[in-house]
Design a protein around this ligand. Structure first.
Ligand code: GAL
Length: 375
């Protein structure tokens, strides 16, 4: 009897071990060099669910990973650097080999990625650069300077006559992209302010700097200090209301508005619509959020800059897989993050307005026609 138990328990142990081994292998289809003996090989951390942009990214990651054998986990930081650090620590404890992270605050995220780096994890900054640290290995991004340039060019192309009042808005100063967007926009707008096409309506700091073709980060910081939306639609409404109350009537009529992204564009547009002395406006956006696509169809928002998140997800996961397989990811350039040059892969952006909305977003199967009315 004893003997039977002995061989039975041996059998059980062997079966259990074999089962565990099989489980490990089925979770890790990434080749020997990438094999992790834990559950999760790639950790993904996104900044917040409050901005539809990042919910889009989550969905695109899920779509891209649906048929894959890679083990990944996506966590959201809900606009908190502390939560972000906690998320990274959770993923470290799950044994990740690669961390893909879009930081809430580019500088504050340094501590989180340094903790990952210490564990030998490869860090990929996703869409937003992590600044002032050398603990970031790669950066996958859209061409953010081109985003700002495209927004500004749209305003220039649609400006009629001279002295068009120009309202400037920007993203959060904790987001490196907000500076890149503004830098790109300023490079196109500044000559048109200098030649009298536009008059700045809502930033005394921008007026002080309006003769300078290139601004330092500090100078941009001063302007952002006055016109930041913090990426928050409510803050954008408050700012827009304050500006419309402060300006004289000659700063109204037909105006141009640089709005940094779709969420803020819709709320700024709604605020300007409700001002009786504003006759019409051109307003920019970014991200091709569904709600803004409907606004564009309805003529309530002029344009958006479409960033095909499918490409960004593909690039980020492609990089992660290269790393897991022991290969060196392909990069196309680099971004200085204040501490080091981070190797980067950059993707182009597309301007979307009423004329091409169907072609770019429906025909490309990014969205379905049934999600909109009046197409
Ligand atoms: C930026 C991002 C934009 C926009 C914004 C607000 O960093 O590049 O696409 O979504 O944040 O979240």
């Amino acid at each position: 009897m004893k003997k039977v138990w002995k061989s039975l328990s041996l059998f059980l142990v062997v079966t259990l071990l074999a089962g565990m081994l099989a489980a490990c292998n089925s979770g890790e289809q990434v080749g020997d060099s990438g094999a992790s003996d834990s559950g999760v090989s790639v950790g993904i951390v996104l900044p917040t669910k409050d901005e539809p942009r990042w919910v889009q990214d989550e969905q695109r990651f899920k779509d891209a990973l649906a048929d894959s054998d890679y083990t990944t986990e996506i966590l959201f930081s809900q606009g908190s650097s502390a939560k972000e650090k906690e998320n990274v620590e959770t993923l470290i404890s799950k044994g990740i080999k690669v961390l893909i992270i879009a930081p809430h605050d580019g500088a504050a995220a340094g501590a989180a990625v340094e903790a990952a780096k210490q564990e030998g994890i490869t860090v990929i900054a996703y869409d937003r650069l992590i600044t002032e640290t050398d603990a970031v290995d790669y950066y996958v991004t859209f061409d953010s300077i081109a985003v700002g340039m495209a927004q500004a060019q749209y305003l220039v192309d649609n400006a009629q006559g001279t002295n068009v009042p120009l309202y400037l808005y920007a993203g959060a100063a904790s987001d490196n992209n907000a500076f890149l967007f503004f830098e790109g926009a300023w490079s196109v707008l500044q000559p048109k302010i200098a030649d009298g096409t536009f008059v700045i309506a809502n930033s005394s700091e921008a007026v002080t700097l309006q003769d300078k073709a290139e601004l330092s980060r500090d100078e941009m910081g001063k302007i952002l200090g006055q016109v930041t939306t913090n990426w928050d639609p409510s803050e954008a409404i408050n700012k827009a209301q304050t500006h419309l109350t402060a300006v004289s009537e000659d700063m109204k009529g037909s105006v141009a508005i640089l709005a940094p992204n779709d969420g803020t564009a819709r709320s700024i547009a709604d605020t300007f619509v409700s001002d009786n002395v504003i006759t019409d406006f051109t307003i920019t956006g970014q991200d091709a959020e569904k709600a803004s696509i409907q606004y564009i169809i309805d003529g309530k928002q002029s344009m958006t800059v479409f960033k095909d998140v499918r490409t960004l997800v593909k690039d980020a996961m492609g990089m992660a897989i290269d790393i897991l397989d022991g290969n060196t990811p392909e990069t196309t350039g680099s971004y200085n993050n204040g501490k080091t040059d981070v190797k980067a892969k950059q993707t182009d952006v597309i301007v979307v307005e009423q004329e091409n909305v169907k072609m770019e977003l429906i025909d490309s199967e990014y969205y379905e026609a049934s999600e909109f009315t009046g197409l």
